[in-house]
Design a protein around this ligand. Structure first.
Ligand SMILES: [Zn+2]
Length: 386
């Protein structure tokens, strides 16, 4: 199952319709910069092959004397699967062509061993795909770590303790479904770019806070992957907190003061309670415990420095802050914004900062969005493994 025309112009037209919903051909031309002839050439085979449909005419907007016909993607034409691997659980989603979730499922992981995780993914996929359902185009699997989408290998994933795992190949063999893998934050950024708070925005940054601090960067409509599969690692930007050692072994990283674990450790120090949890820390913060509030403020300052650095480097139109940490974001927010405004240079401070809670199901949808990209932009598909 492939698009009938894989020329760059046809991909661009299809992607524009995916991101913006029903459009007239003239609007597609305006948004893509293509001539009306090129738009017609791109849309005709898509219409013939059932990928898009004409929605009827919209009154009152004459184009060359006729009301404009709207064309839109047919969501039921293809389905995708997305799976997000976390430390102890899998989250799966079945979506239509527009990455709209049709079914979501989760499954506990009893082991982080590669073979067990791959088998668990295969079982989850079986539960997601209905017996008489739509044809599945592909599956996107996402996880945190150094993940090479091009080769389908996980170079290193610290939380699973995986090194050099040919994950795409293994999952493909276990499920029988074409598989692409991606770093989870970049996949979430892809979903936001096409179908979420980044749609229609040329450059934006997604920052996730929680167990780790990550960042996906979308520049001129493309999610930055980095030449070596590493980019957007703002959790390891040095922000001068030299009294704290990071999980990466260096001193002074953002994560060393602002990750969930770092906040818990510092809150334990200031309260003297060695069994304190993140929930307790949040409670202390809300109850006005000055020492714990200072811990959150310090974390907010580190996050503010990190996002100001990103804004100064790439000048995004919008920064989306998400991740499980946003549940207690009220304790960071003031300091994060203050530091950001102070440190962002000139017009970079005009960048809009929005907070958007994205549950784990949304992260699974990121996998489906990455799978959808292999249909629309096949140049980004994994190279065939030998
Ligand atoms: Zn670090």
């Amino acid at each position: 199952m492939e698009l009938p025309n894989q020329a760059p112009a046809a991909s661009l037209v299809f992607q524009t319709m995916l991101a913006h919903g029903p459009l007239s051909r003239a609007e597609i031309g305006r948004r893509t910069g293509l001539s009306s002839g090129a738009v017609t050439k791109a849309t005709s085979p898509l219409l013939d092959d059932g990928w898009i449909a004409e929605l009827g005419r919209r009154g009152g907007e004459p184009v060359a004397g006729r009301p404009a016909t709207l064309v839109a993607v047919r969501p039921e034409r293809a389905s995708f699967l997305g799976v997000k691997i976390t430390e102890d659980e899998l989250f799966g989603v079945l979506t239509d062509l527009t990455a709209r979730p049709l079914t979501t499922r989760r499954a506990a992981l009893d082991s982080r061993d590669v073979g067990s995780v791959v088998s668990a993914i295969a079982r989850l996929v079986k539960r997601l795909v209905p017996a008489q359902g739509p044809e599945i185009h592909s599956l996107g699997v996402t996880l945190s770590g150094d993940v090479d989408r091009c080769t389908g290998a996980v170079h290193h994933s610290p939380f699973l303790n995986w090194h050099g795992v040919e994950l795409a190949h293994l999952v493909e063999r276990a499920t029988g479904v074409r598989t692409v893998i991606e770093n989870d934050v970049r996949a979430l950024t892809a979903a936001e770019q096409w179908f979420g708070a980044g749609a229609g925005i040329s450059s934006f940054v997604l920052v996730t806070i929680g167990a780790g601090i990550g960042c996906g960067i979308s520049l001129d409509g493309r999610v930055v992957s980095g030449a070596h599969g590493v980019s957007g690692e703002i959790g390891h930007l040095p922000v001068g907190a030299v009294d704290r050692i990071c999980t990466c072994g260096n001193a002074g990283c953002v994560e060393a003061v602002a990750s969930t674990q770092a906040i818990v450790e510092q809150a334990r120090q200031v309260t003297g309670d060695t069994a304190l949890t993140m929930e307790d820390a949040v409670q202390f913060g809300h109850d006005g415990h000055e020492g714990v509030r200072a811990v959150f403020a310090r974390a907010g300052h580190a996050i503010g420095l990190a996002i100001a650095s990103v804004a100064n480097l790439v000048g995004p139109e919008r920064i989306i802050i998400s991740g499980e940490g946003v549940a207690s974001y009220d304790l960071f927010e003031e300091q994060t914004r203050q530091t950001f405004v102070r440190q962002a240079f000139g017009a970079a401070a005009d960048c809009e900062l929005i907070v958007r809670p994205l549950p784990f199901e949304e992260w699974a949808r990121g996998g489906a969005a990455v799978a959808a990209q292999t249909l629309v932009a096949p140049d980004r598909t994994r190279r065939a493994t030998t």
